[in-house]
Structures are given as C-alpha cells and as structure tokens.
Design a protein around this ligand. Structure first.
Ligand code: 3IX
Length: 156
C-alpha cells in the first residue's frame, strides 16, 4: 500500500503566485506555511521564532492571524478542488485561486512560544465563489485561537 505523498497546497501554486509572505514557496524571508489536505480536513504546522514574541513566552497575535489567513486560503482552494473532483495528487499546479475577503480570529488562550503550532481547517460551506472555512490553531492539546475565513475564488 502506498502512503499518501501529497504535496502542500502552497507548493502547487504556480511560481508567479508563490511570493506570499505567509505561504509562498518562493519567498525566502517569509513563513512558507504548508497546508496539507488530510481526509476531509486541512493541517499545517508552524514553529514560531522568538522574534514573534508578544509578551515574553507568548506568540504575537498578528502572527497567529496571518497563519490562519494563509492556512485558510490554502484550505479553501483545496476544498474547491475536492468539490470539483480535482485530484491534488495528479496536478502540477493547483487550478484554483482563492484570496481572503474576510478573516475572523478569536484568541482563546495565550499561544506559547517554543511549541510547534498545529492548524486545522474544516469546510463550513461553499456558495458560488464564496468559501467559508473554520479553523483552529493549537499548541499541544490547547486551542489557542479559532478562525473563520471567507475566501473568494478569483475569476479566471
Ligand atoms: C492580494 C492580491 C489580490 C489579488 C490577487 C489576484 C490573484 C491571485 C490569486 C491567487 C492567489 C494565489 C495564492 C495565494 C497566496 C496567498 C494568499 C494569502 C491570503 C491573503 O492574504 S490575500 C490578501 C488579502 N486579501 C485581499 O487583498 C483581497 C482584496 N479584495 C479583493 O481583491 C476583492 O474584494 C475580492 C477578490 C475578495 C472579491 O472581489 P470580486 O470582484 O472578485 O467579487 P465580489 O466583490 O463580487 O464578491 C464576491 C462575493 O463575495 C462577497 N464578499 C466579498 N467580500 C466580502 C466580505 N469582506 N465580507 C462578506 N462578503 C464578501 C460579495 O458580497 C459577493 O457575494 P455575492 O456573490 O453573494 O454577491
């Protein structure tokens, strides 16, 4: 049985759209967040550097928001592909482009520094070009933030 060797969604963005500070594979100074479709949800991991400190020991909320932003758009693109029966393991580049129209973040607990953060995304709904994704960002077993994104599929 072969294991799933799927690529990250962001690694399927074409080179000319891979400069995003949060998730572009071609932005060497950026976070290069990688979102994976696993079953019916999306997963990403990120270990913040100390420079992203808010109060000593805790992560700056703006970073938390930007991780949710990029995980959200990547997830939205992946969920559109699932709906359109596009198999992400069989494409060189992802044929769907989504940008953030709205992002809501609820900070539930301080996000600790020095712990690999886990982001999860679940499809809430798709209505035409509008895709809503619910997300959590956790450290160990604590949900530190939840997010809801409205991503819009860009017209061709
Ligand atoms: C930043 C670049 C923007 C342009 C990019 C172009 C191409 C790139 C394509 C793909 C990107 C590839 C890789 C992704 C890499 C990084 C992603 C990182 C994530 C981000 O960091 S990305 C930056 C922050 N992001 C923006 O910089 C967006 C600025 N914005 C716009 O570019 C437009 O605003 C847009 C495209 C969002 C919509 O424009 P539009 O003309 O295509 O569509 P329209 O306005 O008709 O909206 C359609 C339906 O969404 C509803 N709707 C719209 N906005 C809403 C809101 N805020 N709340 C509630 N509903 C809303 C309407 O009410 C309507 O609903 P209904 O159909 O029911 O009437």
């Amino acid at each position: 049985m072969m294991h799933n060797k799927s690529k990250a969604i962001q690694d399927l963005y074409p080179d000319e759209l891979a400069h995003c500070y949060g998730c572009g594979k071609n932005n060497l100074d950026g976070y290069q967040l990688k979102t994976y479709l696993v079953g019916d949800e999306t997963i990403a991991h990120f270990l913040p550097d100390e420079k992203f400190t808010a109060l000593p020991g805790s992560v700056y909320g703006g970073l938390v928001a930007s991780l949710l932003d990029c995980h959200g758009t990547g997830s939205a693109a992946a969920f559109v592909c699932v709906q359109e029966n596009i198999n992400l393991n069989e494409v060189e580049t992802i044929p769907v482009r989504c940008v953030t129209a709205s992002l809501k973040v609820d900070f539930k607990a301080p996000t600790p520094m020095g712990v690999e953060l886990k982001l999860r995304g679940k499809l809430q709904s798709i209505e035409g070009r509008k895709i809503w994704v619910d997300m959590t960002l956790s450290a160990d077993d604590t949900i530190c933030a939840t997010g809801e994104i409205l991503a819009i599929k860009i017209k061709d």
